[in-house]
Design a protein around this ligand. Sequence first.
Ligand SMILES: Cc1ncc(COP(=O)(O)O)c(C=O)c1O
Length: 468
Amino acid sequence: MRMKEYKYSVFTDKIEEGINKGLLKPEDKLPSVRAIKKEYNLSISSVQSGYDYLVFKGLVTSVPRSGYIVSDRLAEQNLEVELPIIPRDAVFRKKIHLITNPISDTSQTILNEASPSDLFIPQKLVLKTMQEVIREKGASLLRYYPNNGAEELRDLLVKRAGLHGAPIFSDELVVTDGALQALYIALSTITSPNDIIAVESPCVFSILEVIASLKLKTIEIPVRAYDGFDTDYLRKVCATNNIKAIVLTPNFHNPTGILMTEESKKAVYETALYHNVPIIENDVFGCLYFKGSRPSNIRNYDEAGLVMTYSSFSKSLAPGIRLGWLAAGQFFSEAERLKFALGRSVSPINQEVMIKLLQSSAYDKHLRVFRQQLERQALQLVKQLIHSFSDSIHVQLPQGGYCTWVQLPAHIDMNFFYKRCTEEGVQFTPGETFSFTDVYDNCFRAVFSKQLTLHNLEAIRRVGESIL
Ligand SMILES: Cc1ncc(COP(=O)(O)O)c(C=O)c1O
């Protein structure tokens, strides 16, 4: 670990901070050695050592005869894989219980569970609100609530969506038991078994599970490092196949953490409109952005009622709240009927708790703190991965959400890698669980929604150093 007394840290700390805060962008030219020497009154060799340190960290690249630039290594990761356009049966061959069983052993480095750690859940706030709700609402909480959810809750959700320009309406909303149920309902309203749908690739296994249980066929659309969902690929797929739905997570995609650009969101919508294919967009991570303001939804562009947007409070607050929603648009009647069949209405107490939290400023206050915690964790994890696994890995620097995606060099023996992970108590989610193909076998997902201790970082280092 670097010691603080290095003289060069007076300028390397500033450059690191600029890169981490996004003020310095990939390929930006950095001050010359002479300029830094003059500005900070350092010797040429100190400046040189400082730049060597930044190059070693992977933050800076040396360009012969031209000086130093911000490395584009973090941004330019090429996630592209060979994905031929083939409709595949959604046969999920993964042992899902192995990746979803919660682990309570504190000596483990848990980077495979996309849920907030207990420390990041505002437990006191949620539990206190529950008690207030019980006191205030009493026995009325024991009745059925409307099938599509409490009107007050739907109105609050509409108001929040309006703040980032998403046109969502109270009478098209169905309140659900979490986001996965919303996806299940959305897909069920517009597809039948054996229909072909387009889905992002890699894609979180829980979404693939829903697709598999509905017996749909899929064509996987690659997610690109710069702009997300590959819109050129989608165009080809839609032109040559009878696609019944497009399923994607435009904001801080799971597992890569990628945010789709506005151009790409528009392009997906235009392709869907041209072929008259409904889009089902997942927005569970939309409010967990690290920089700037909340990103838009594809729904923002929708004038034809083709986009169904869904989300939940599982990632932004607590998964145990089991509260999600689906903006079903023209498919509302069928969606409401399905929600009824799947268990009538969501638990009144959970709905009332969310109403109370959304009415006050408490939820937004929590989000502000949580976003900062997540950003810090993301940077720490990505830096540690680069440090430990060396230059030969590709890793995404996420702009929000919970996850980053790591691609190991093809020559790595993945059995040995997972054996080392087990020995060191490090839990990543294997790449193979994110596709119905086997193109991601040398990848893994690392989640940073649990607190990272020095012990965890050291365990990651030992795994990385032992496999390369
Ligand atoms: C992208 C995405 N959507 C939905 C879910 C599930 O959300 P919920 O717990 O609200 O059903 C997850 C996590 O499992 C997820 O990563």
